[in-house]
Design a binder for this molecule. Structure first.
Ligand code: HEC
Ligand code: HEC
Length: 186
């Protein structure tokens, strides 16, 4: 009686839960190695060099994985990792991380004052810097990562976007650093 009760429940549970859970489990397993650096709660193990990917724009994540694979964006660490992923999984992995929540941080007591030159960034990165369609979220990335990414565009070391190098070159190094400081405090 009890066994039949359980097997009935279990049977239904399996029939209903397994098909959707299967695909999700598969992507979850493939995304597991990413946690070693990008963090198992979304906080990177070294935020100075590793960006947050939890809650980042899906199309941006997808494009970066493709760019790391085809060499449009160079990274000694990410290029081999992205090349190891199956082409058909890139979209699912991007969706998996985009659906997660950007890791919460305690808000700074006093919101920092917007530095010179930042207004033009909002057209794409959105007024709150939380990203939109092709443009990634910037708010809350670390100061060091932002400075490195901005410098990589400015020096045309990173050229996987037509506009970003030009925009970064229009700013002085001082202005760029002030912008990175501001964004990292949001
Ligand atoms: C050994 C550490 C490590 C592992 C493991 C790792 N990453 Fe990364 N990831 C990095 C570093 C470092 C960068 C920054 C590269 C750069 O500066 O250009 C990065 C950057 C990225 C970016 C670009 C984000 C942005 O804001 O520009 C994406 C997307 C990404 N990783 C996805 C993944 C996925 C998906 C996995 C698992 C399949 C993964 N990473 C595994 C270290 C790692
Ligand atoms: C015309 C739209 C546009 C404007 C304006 C713009 N950006 Fe971007 N930005 C983008 C896009 C699109 C990307 C993604 C590039 C890629 O594919 O790697 C990007 C990427 C970035 C990144 C890399 C983030 C990461 O996770 O690696 C930083 C940092 C950044 N922008 C800072 C800025 C700042 C600071 C300004 C203003 C001075 C600015 N952007 C203005 C569109 C824009």
């Amino acid at each position: 009686m009890v066994t039949r009760f359980f097997s009935a429940i279990f049977g239904i549970g399996l029939a209903v839960a397994i098909p959707p859970a299967h695909g999700a489990d598969e992507i979850e397993a493939k995304a597991q190695p990413c946690a070693a650096c990008h963090g198992d709660k979304g906080v990177p193990t070294d935020p100075k060099t590793i960006p947050v990917i939890w809650g980042q724009e899906q199309s941006y994540l997808m494009k970066q994985l493709r760019d790391f694979r085809n060499g449009e964006r160079a990274s000694a660490i990410m290029s081999p990792i992205a090349k190891d992923l199956a082409e058909g999984d890139l979209r699912k992995i991007a969706a998996y991380f985009a659906a997660k929540t950007w890791p919460a941080r305690r808000a700074s007591a006093k919101p920092p004052l917007p530095p010179k030159g930042i207004a033009q960034c909002q057209a794409c990165h959105q007024p709150n810097f939380q990203g939109g369609m092709p443009a990634p979220r910037l708010a809350g990335l670390s100061y060091e990562y932002l400075v490195a990414a901005i410098r990589a565009f400015a020096t045309e070391q990173r050229t996987n976007n037509l506009d970003m190098p030009k925009f970064m070159q229009m700013l002085t190094e001082r202005e760029r650093n002030a912008i990175a400081r501001y964004l990292s405090a949001l």
